[in-house]
Design a protein around this ligand. Structure first.
Ligand SMILES: NC(=O)c1ccc[n+]([C@@H]2O[C@H](COP(=O)([O-])OP(=O)(O)OC[C@H]3O[C@@H](n4cnc5c(N)ncnc54)[C@H](OP(=O)(O)O)[C@@H]3O)[C@@H](O)[C@H]2O)c1
Length: 238
C-alpha cells in the first residue's frame, strides 16, 4: 500500500507481527523499542526478510519521553516524506496487588500504556493534519473491561486508553483522522513473563492481532471501526 507507518514496541510480540504484516503489504514502517540491541536485531531480521532496507527503520525510543517521541516521528516524516498511520502498541504490565505495588511500577505502567499513547498522538496529529488524513490504532486489552486482582494498574491504564481513544476520535474525525482501538484477550507473547509461544495451544497468536489491524486499515475512508474485541475462540477452561 506504500503508507508510512509508525509502530511503537515493534521489536517482538504483537508489535513485531504488526510491523511484519505492514511490510508484507508494501508499507514503509518505522518501529520503536527501548532496548537498542533488540531494535537492531529486529531491524536486521526484517530488512533481510523483506529485501528492501529502505522501507524499514528501527528506532530506540521510549514512548514515556515526549521529546524523544517527537524527534522520532519528525525523523520518520523527513525520511519517508510524511506519516499515514500510528500504531500505539508498546505496553507493559506487572501483576502485583495494589498494597504491594511500588510507586515506580505504577508510574512505569501508566506512563507507558497511557501517557506514552498521548505522547505519540500529540506528536503525530500535526503531521496528519498537514497531510489531511491519518489513522491512529491503539492496542488496548480485554483487561480494560475484565478487571482482575493484581491488575489494577494495568487494567486502569487500558481503561484510560479506551476513554482517551473515544474522546480523541471525536476531536479529530472531522480532520479525516480516524482513531480505533483493539482489545485483545490472551496472546502468546513474552508479555506473560514466559517465552513467546507459551500457551499457543489456546491463546491468540501475535499475527491474529496484526491481521485485525491490517483489516481495519483496509476500510474505505467513509468507514471507522472504532473499537474491536478479539479473544481466543476456545479459552482454557478454569
Ligand atoms: N500478550 C497479551 O496477552 C496481551 C493481551 C492484550 C493486550 N496486550 C497489549 O499488546 C501490546 C503488546 O504486547 P505484547 O504482548 O506484544 O508484549 P511484549 O512481547 O512484551 O512486547 C512489548 C513491546 O513493547 C516495547 N516497549 C515496552 N515498553 C516500551 C516503552 N516505554 N517505549 C517503547 N517501547 C516499549 C518492547 O520493547 P523493549 O523491550 O525494547 O522496550 C516490546 O517491543 C501491549 O500494549 C499489551 O498491553 C497484550
Amino acid at each position: 500500500m506504500d503508507r508510512v507507518c509508525f509502530v511503537t514496541g515493534g521489536t517482538r510480540g504483537i508489535g513485531r507481527a504488526v510491523v511484519t504484516a505492514l511490510l508484507s503489504g508494501g508499507d514503509r514502517v518505522a518501529f520503536t523499542g527501548t532496548s537498542s540491541a533488540r531494535v537492531a536485531e529486529a531491524e536486521r531480521a526484517l530488512a533481510a526478510a523483506y529485501g528492501d532496507p529502505a522501507r524499514i527503520v528501527g528506532m530506540t525510543c521510549d514512548v514515556r519521553d515526549p521529546g524523544a517521541v517527537a524527534a522520532a516521528i519528525g525523523t520518520v516524516v523527513s525520511r519517508f516524506g510524511g506519516l499515514d498511520v500510528l500504531v500505539n502498541n508498546a505496553g507493559v504490565g506487572v501483576g502485583t496487588e495494589v498494597a504491594n505495588l511500588s510507586h515506580d511500577d505504577w508510574r512505569h505502567i501508566i506512563e507507558t500504556n497511557l501517557t506514552g499513547v498521548f505522547n505519540c498522538c500529540h506528536a503525530a496529529i500535526p503531521h496528519f493534519k498537514s497531510r489531511g488524513a491519518g489513522w491512529i490504532i491503539s492496542v488496548s486489552s480485554l483487561a480494560s473491561k475484565n478487571a482482575f486482582a493484581g491488575g489494577a494498574a494495568y487494567c486502569a491504564s487500558k481503561a484510560g486508553l479506551n476513554a482517551f481513544s473515544e474522546a480523541l476520535m471525536q476531536e479529530v474525525r472531522h480532520d479525516n483522522i480516524r482513531v480505533s482501538y483493539v482489545l485483545p484477550g490472551s496472546v502468546a507473547t513474552e508479555f506473560s513473563g514466559r517465552p513467546e509461544g507459551t500457551g499457543a495451544d489456546w491463546k491468540l497468536l501475535p499475527q491474529d492481532v496484526a491481521d485485525v489491524i491490517v483489516d481495519l486499515l483496509a476500510h474505505p475512508a467513509r468507514s471507522l471501526p472504532s473499537r474491536v474485541e478479539i479473544r481466543p475462540s476456545r479459552p482454557k477452561k478454569a
